[in-house]
Design a protein around this ligand. Structure first.
Ligand code: 48H
Ligand code: FE2
Length: 248
């Protein structure tokens, strides 16, 4: 029966994929612009990378542009990156303007093409820790978490974990509420200062745990910047470089 054949193909391939990603170089939590950029840069260099995204659709805040006007703005210094990804854009006011759907799909396409795998509908509900170091992520189905079902999770081992969960910094929060790190709070909008703050504060927040993008902003208490995404890309690139140096 064709139906059974289709089910068998899907189940076999999914579990083979999941099994091969149970031990990672880098586990990235959240498929927003910073997490995807980090995944792209690390996978391109041959590291074993998986992204866990609790929603059905990866891409985080990219799709919505600014207030659902589906255009985003980036600094002109990101032109090389956009060209590398094959993204179409225009330049105005010395900034780059990109259609947000085009940007999200291109970033996702290129990231998966270089070998990073996105596990969508999977939520990271905790980290694994050994000898005072974060050494993996504890995962569960996204819908299971949203419904609040009492279902125990499973663990994926990783040499490094990136909190790329955006504004709520969900992974860092897990350590903060246990008193293992101190966490500040995102400040009001200031597009002049915010992006530099994010990039400067992108880095390790606890042994084995890195923060990128708006998660780094929340942990260190920087201002938000609205729909300008250059800082998210540069943050993803920076975290990839830090991890690469540590892994080599
Ligand atoms: C699995 C999770 C979990 C979890 C959350 O918000 P994002 O787009 O993140 P960044 O930091 O790469 O980009 C921020 C940018 O989109 C933005 O909001 C900006 C620039 N705002 C400025 C402003 O002033 O508002 O993506 C985070 C992703 C999302 O897809 C979440 O669904 C996902 O992480 N996520 N995935 N397990 N526990 N928590
Ligand atoms: Fe935002």
């Amino acid at each position: 029966m064709k139906d059974t054949m289709i089910s068998t193909l899907i189940v076999n391939r999914y579990f083979k994929k999941l099994r091969s990603f149970l031990e990672l170089d880098v586990a990235i939590v959240g498929a927003g612009p910073s997490g995807l950029t980090a995944a792209y840069e690390l996978a391109k260099k041959g590291f074993k990378v998986a992204i866990f995204e609790e929603k059905n659709t990866p891409g985080g805040g990219i799709w919505g542009g600014g207030m659902m006007f589906n255009e985003i703005v980036l600094e002109k210094e990101l032109e090389d990156f956009l060209n590398e990804l094959g993204i179409t854009y225009v330049i105005q006011e010395n900034h780059v303007l990109v259609d947000s759907v085009h940007f999200a799909s291109a970033l996702l396409y290129r990231t998966t093409m270089v070998g990073a795998t996105v596990f969508n509908n999977i939520s990271v509900e905790d980290v694994a820790m050994q000898d005072g170091k974060v050494c993996g992520v504890v995962i569960n189905w996204g819908p299971t978490m949203r419904l609040g079902l009492h279902v125990d999770p499973i663990t994926v081992k990783a040499s490094f974990v990136i909190d790329g969960t955006g504004h709520p910094a969900n992974v860092a929060s897990l350590l903060a509420k246990r008193g293992l790190i101190e966490m500040k709070m995102e400040l009001p909008m200031n597009a002049d200062e915010a992006e530099q703050f994010v990039v400067e504060n992108t880095g390790e927040i606890f042994p084995g745990l890195m923060a990128s993008g708006m998660a780094a902003c929340a942990v260190h208490g920087g201002p938000r910047m609205g729909p300008i995404f250059g800082g998210m890309i540069l943050s993803g690139k920076k975290i990839a470089q830090i991890i690469e140096e540590k892994l080599r």
